[in-house]
Design a protein around this ligand. Structure first.
Ligand code: PHE
Length: 498
């Protein structure tokens, strides 16, 4: 049944006591939930950012570092967020408010929820634009597969970026797809979409991996990826690994709290979170297994990778499928379809974090909540699209004005590392400030403020068990200290997580 009919996103049933109990919309199964949460986690961050930063950090040792951060910090925070959401059965803001109500700090904890939702909203407005590029690459590949490859002039991508009308159109298509899914609700919309998006995604990945096995550079690529050479590891690597694990697992963005709120009490959170985190990490590694053999087989493309995170995925790769790789006319479109599916399951979750807030807190119907929020967020998307044209004023704006000296200039430096343009600023704000602050507050809340009894009830860890002890040590010390180090580096200007 679609969730469209109800006036609010809940169904009322009359209990034996004659009182109407409000039953929250829920995942129909644990598997559906796991796929949806993994769908949120697996995204352009896995397919695009992880291979890029692993490349920049010389492979092996960095991968190991990432594999350490994920279970040690990412997984426990995911468990914490899901747990909070399920406890409160409501959106992220109301969750922090209601779980916080009885502890130190009280309802003020809702601020953490607001920051998370703000992060989601901001990320959605620009991730949609990046997804639009994947839409374009997909159509480009399909057209090459059908009509034959035509070489592109070197300035094709900059021209494409500066074509604001086209950017808006592509983003709109992607936003429309996101809206059409979210509007149908949790089980009939988000869950059922992920039930076919995710298996398809894994299928595509498997096909691509098998194909890469046939390339000459495969062996060398695997050595680069898996053989740790600690000497090549920079001081920044651990920070980058941590930042990436946060982004990749969709943490600190109200999403896992929201998704957790649709869970039933009997579903095991630690088990589900482990599977979600495992899937996300697997896809990140497999993205390297797909992309690196191409680089090692055609070393002449190495130079075009560094310098731009978009370079590899949207500029270097599409022609390679047609000029160098046999079977490229099949694998080209397939690869971009893969990127599109990954992006769609993420954008759904970003929109849902906002929609849930409007439904639970402002009593909107799901239909109204989805339309209103996507409309407002799309205004942000349009601004981002304009800022891609270097000659547009929005490409040059700075939050504190563009003066090159003085107090305001210093503020731009401190808070935004001097970034210009709507997209750069939005990305910087979320990755360097919102995410770590939300993450830090969440760990302090769960580690220091929340009653231990709640952990025992929600997580099923026995009093005195190793799991409980380990979880609490991480929440109290390991994770907050690690995130404080992240924030310190942001403030000191020694790291940038965009
Ligand atoms: N986790 C997604 C990825 O790795 C991106 C994302 C971030 C999605 C935040 C939702 C929220 O690409």
């Amino acid at each position: 049944m679609s969730d469209l009919q109800g006036s609010v996103d809940v169904a009322g049933t009359v209990g034996q006591d004659g009182v109407v109990h409000v039953v929250r919309n829920r995942w129909s199964s644990t598997r559906g939930f796991v796929l949806a949460a993994a769908g949120s986690a697996v995204g352009v961050g896995n397919l695009w950012k992880f291979p890029y930063i692993t490349w920049e950090n010389n492979g092996g040792a960095f991968v190991l570092m990432y594999l350490l951060c994920v279970p040690l910090i990412g997984l426990p925070i995911m468990v914490a967020e899901l747990m909070l959401g399920r406890r409160a059965q409501t959106n992220a803001v109301s969750t922090m408010e209601s779980v916080g109500a009885s502890v130190v700090g009280g309802r003020n904890w809702r601020f953490v929820g607001w920051l998370g939702v703000a992060g989601s909203a901001t990320i959605l407005s620009y991730i949609i634009v990046i997804a639009g590029w994947a839409v374009a690459s997909f159509f480009q590949c399909v057209s090459w597969s059908i009509n034959g490859y035509t070489p592109q002039p070197p300035d094709a991508f900059p021209q494409f970026m500066a074509n604001t009308g086209l950017q808006i159109l592509l983003s709109f298509l992607f936003m429309a797809a996101t809206v059409l899914i979210v509007i149908r609700g949790i089980s009939s919309g988000i869950e059922s979409a992920n039930r076919w998006l995710m298996p398809a995604l894994f299928g595509f990945i498997l096909i691509m991996v098998l194909y890469m096995l046939t390339l000459d550079g495969f062996g060398e690529a695997m050595t680069f990826l898996f053989a740790p050479r600690f000497g090549e590891l920079s001081d920044q690597a651990i920070l980058e690994a941590m930042g990436q694990s946060f982004f990749s697992l969709s943490l600190g963005m109200a999403i896992m709290i929201t998704y957790g709120s649709y869970l039933r009490p009997e579903q095991s959170i630690p088990r589900a979170a482990t599977v979600i985190v495992g899937m996300d990490t697997l896809v990140a590694i497999l993205a390297c297994v797909i992309l690196y053999p191409i680089i090692f087989t055609f070393p002449e493309i190495k130079s075009s990778i560094s310098g731009s995170t978009t370079g590899m995925l949207f500029i270097t790769l599409p022609p390679l499928f047609y000029t160098k790789l046999s079977g490229g006319s099949l694998f080209g479109p397939l690869f971009y379809l893969l990127v599109l599916f990954a992006a769609l399951s993420s954008s759904i979750s970003l929109l849902e974090a906002v929609v849930a807030l409007l439904i639970d807190r402002f009593k909107y119907t799901r239909l109204k909540a989805t339309l209103v929020s996507s409309f407002v967020l799309f205004i942000g998307t349009i601004l981002v699209a304009f800022s891609l044209d270097p000659s547009n004023i929005l490409a040059q704006v700075q939050v504190f004005g563009t003066s090159e000296t003085g107090f305001l200039h210093n503020l731009n430096e401190i808070f935004f590392r001097g970034k210009t343009g709507v997209m750069g600023i939005a990305d910087h704000l979320v990755a360097n400030w919102f995410l770590p602050i939300t993450g830090l507050c969440t760990t302090i809340f769960v580690g220091w403020v929340l009653d231990k009894k709640i952990l025992i009830e929600e997580l099923g860890f026995a009093e005195g068990s190793m799991y409980l002890l380990g979880f609490r040590i991480i929440m109290r010390f390991v994770a907050p200290l690690a995130i404080l180090y992240v924030l310190y580096s942001v403030i000191a200007g020694t790291a940038d997580f965009t």
